[in-house]
Design a protein around this ligand. Structure first.
Ligand code: VGL
Length: 212
């Protein structure tokens, strides 16, 4: 079994926007969010067991932003800074060591990509990855057609290797999500599930494979 910490290919797990507002009962709930949470918990546990860095991005909007319909944007109010809906899903097993990447604070920008975000220490996400020598991101979370897609495209543009955990993502719109998967793959992302991934990394070996 390979390890995640091989020289020149240090990996991290990026959990994108698994916040209450994007999950069942939230202001902008994505279908199948609950299965994303449970799949991610397996990946997170495996990452923690391997000493792999876990990043968790969060959408963190001001109450007034041109991202929201009331101010000319496309979306209902969601993930407003400090509100309950902006909290991570309570069942998500983020380790205490997870590095939080906050994005979406600029009221004039959609802030879809984690690469627009900063760590709690104020470092740009890419700078933090570079400092840790991380060249490979395993990506899951919400939503396939927005924040996952934008984050993956930015990661690939930055020269990172990207593995999309397709059993750990869910989208707002089915057609847009299908297009997003095609776009991510075309740009060079690998798309895998815990079931077909055993040859690549231990991270996914912690996942209960859905055989067949
Ligand atoms: C997202 C829609 C609006 C996302 C954020 O996290 O993918 N989607 N804002």
């Amino acid at each position: 079994m390979g390890t995640l910490m091989t020289e020149g290919d240090r990996s991290a797990l990026l959990v994108i926007d698994v916040q209450k507002d994007f999950c069942t009962g939230g202001a902008l709930a994505v279908a199948n969010s609950e299965s994303v949470v449970s799949a991610l918990n397996h990946y997170i546990d495996a990452a923690v067991a391997d000493g792999v860095t876990v990043y968790a991005s969060r959408d963190w909007h001001t109450a007034v932003t041109n991202h929201f319909t009331a101010y000319g944007g496309p979306w209902p109010v969601h993930c407003v800074q400090g509100t309950d809906g902006a909290r991570f899903h309570p069942n998500l097993r983020l380790p205490g060591t997870a590095i939080i990447v906050t994005k979406g604070e600029d009221p004039t920008s959609a802030g879809y990509s984690a690469f627009e975000g900063r760590t709690t220490e104020g470092k740009a996400f890419l700078a933090d990855l570079r400092e840790r020598g991380i060249h490979h991101l395993y990506v899951g979370g919400l939503a396939t057609d927005y924040c996952v897609r934008h984050s993956v495209v930015d990661a690939l543009s930055a020269g990172l290797r990207v593995t999309v955990l397709r059993d750990a993502i869910a989208g707002v719109d089915d057609d847009d999500s299908a297009r997003a998967l095609i776009q991510m793959r075309r740009r060079g992302a690998e798309l895998v599930t815990g079931a077909d991934q055993k040859h690549i990394l231990r991270l996914t070996c912690g996942v209960k494979a859905t055989e067949g």
